[in-house]
Write a protein that binds this ligand. Sequence first.
Ligand code: GLP
Length: 331
Amino acid sequence: MIEQLNTKEGEALMPITIFVTRDFEHMSEVAADIVKKNIIRILLKKKEIVLGLATGNSPTGLYKHLAKAANGGEFDSGRIRSFNLDEYVGLPGENIQQRVMHPESYCYFMIQEFFGFLRKKFIETSVPYGTLIDQKQLIKELKAYPEDWEELSRDAGRSIVIKAKPASKYLAWIKTTILDGYARKIRRTGGIDLQIIGVGGRGHVGFHESGIPFKNSKVLLVKLDDNTVVNAVADGHFPSEKEAPRHAVSMGAELVYQAGTVVLLANGERKVRPVAESLLGEVTSDVPISYGQLYAKRGGNLVYVLDKIAAGELLACKDVLKKKKIEIKAV
Ligand code: GLP
């Protein structure tokens, strides 16, 4: 059984809406417009807004439009707090500072693709504390203390669940400070108002990989799926699989889909299947973004912004979508 979602109060019950756009640029414009309107609307009611942010190519165009809108005075970026979805563990670098400043760290990415463009900075930005973990020590401790943890998954990507009161001090610190600490920090702000997500290779969200159960998926320590590592190399992020990180810290689906609104972006051929499966198929941890169906059923506001390639299979199944009360809009 999946836990009841705490969607934010005051959000109207809405069906899932799919916007089909021409291409990446158009997808970015349409998504930016949706996000901007939400920010403006929420800032009329609240002093601050909490955004959930993603990395990857998908949201980069959206971020440029948002920064431009903020710099042009359309909304006050000084009233925004943000939380990112995930961060690698195991980036090359001999210490924490080196790992944070590695050009493939998600901290670096966010400054390069978004935060750096803002004239008025956000109140605070948080990225999961993955770079604080030393991957070598993590592997050593996992080996030395097999009783302290268990792996959860039906597939190649695994969630490493550290038990309560582990004997290893290092694993205890990871559990309390790195994992639970991030969830606690989000909770203290009152939760995420609007979450932006992309789609990973097999329909994963953040680094909540295929096969990782939904239950208790708040902030996860993940052993990455080989498919994710292969994609990271294919996309040019790391020169070889050997040099690519093998672990990550990530918000899990359960936490991602607690936001008031979730805006999912996907473009291109690689996204056709996961996007289609997420809405046409069953809710299954094999396709973590399929959790969105439950989220919408429980009152969450779910918006897909796709290009026409990624939307291909959904467009061919309009009738099935209609039965599921999912609205598809060509813009
Ligand atoms: C990685 C990230 C995901 C992201 C995915 C797709 O797996 N951890 O959060 O959604 O890549 O990235 P892209 O948008 O480049 O296709």
